[in-house]
Design a protein around this ligand. Structure first.
Ligand SMILES: O=C(O)CCC(=O)C(=O)O
Ligand SMILES: [Fe+2]
Length: 276
């Protein structure tokens, strides 16, 4: 099957088949981003496409590298200059397993969707930030995030401008994507509110459904978000598609070592796993 056929083209004609509808879905997604910092596009992938992505994710899951530990909302080591009760010094538990781009086979439908030029154009049109590039990190450009019993992502701001996530499979319980829209801005850190949220204030928390097949275009740099702890035997699978406004952007070797367990990426995706 051609990857474009995995996209629900009637509601989302990203292939250019219906320019008038295309302009309206772009405008509607832009309006969501302006209001909330995210655009949620349910049913972006067809039911057959979701089934193909689930089968793919189940076979890729054994390639996932687990990482866990305490992390902060700012995804950095806090400087000693901050007082002890500062939100930059608040440690929270996380646990996630990541399948990196370099080990995702060319035949994977997730990879083929990420590599669709029509999707690049659509996301670029929605974000309206000029030319858009795939994140150039050989492991981080595309990830399958696999989360099982006890895994979670702590409240955090992303270090990239935006991440596009594709919901593939829900956990039995938990694994909810929770967000406090536009918690901070480029000019205002809003530490009081961040502190309140990290200490349990849920008054502005929104839970996004992320039904399988949903595409979420998200400005995670400004909106505090988390994935709640997973319960049960069903794995939560989400594809994370990374883009940047600058070409050749990569992550640090340290981040690669933590998240993927390797600093050197595979040149071509291995066809078997574990690699002999
Ligand atoms: O898995 C998700 O839904 C979100 C992942 C996320 O926030 C991240 O990787 O920074
Ligand atoms: Fe994030």
């Amino acid at each position: 099957m051609n990857a474009i056929e995995l996209v629900s083209l009637a509601p989302y004609p990203i292939d250019g088949s219906n320019p008038t509808d295309y302009d309206s879905i772009v405008a509607a997604a832009q309006a969501q981003i302006d209001a909330h910092g995210y655009a949620e596009l349910p049913g972006f992938i067809t039911p057959e496409g979701v089934a193909a992505l689930v089968a793919d994710a189940e076979s890729l899951a054994e390639r996932a590298h687990p990482s866990h530990g305490p992390g902060t909302a700012y995804l950095e080591l806090p400087s000693d200059d901050w007082p002890d009760d500062h939100p930059r010094k608040k440690w929270m538990d996380y646990g996630v397993r990541a399948v990196g781009y370099d080990v995702i086979p060319y035949s994977s439908p997730l990879r083929q969707i990420y590599e669709l030029p029509d999707l690049d154009h659509f996301i670029s049109d929605v974000l309206g930030r000029g030319p858009l590039f795939h994140y150039a990190d050989p492991c981080g450009a595309l990830n399958l995030a696999v989360m099982g019993e006890g895994d979670q992502l702590q409240w955090h701001f992303d270090q990239t401008d935006f991440v596009v996530s594709l919901a593939i499979q829900d956990a039995d319980e938990g694994g909810d994507f929770e967000v406090v829209p536009l918690t901070r801005s480029a000019t205002e850190e809003n530490y009081d509110e961040v502190n309140a949220i990290l200490n349990g204030d849920r008054s502005r928390v929104t839970r996004l459904e992320m039904t399988p097949g949903t595409l979420l275009i998200f400005e995670g740099r400004y909106s505090l978000h988390r994935v709640s702890p997973i319960r049960g035997n069903t794995l939560r699978h989400v594809g994370l598609l990374a883009y940047d406004t600058k070409p050749e952007t990569t992550s640090s070797e340290l981040l690669r070592a933590i998240r993927y367990g390797r600093t050197e990426a595979f040149d071509t995706p291995p066809t078997t796993w574990p690699v002999a």
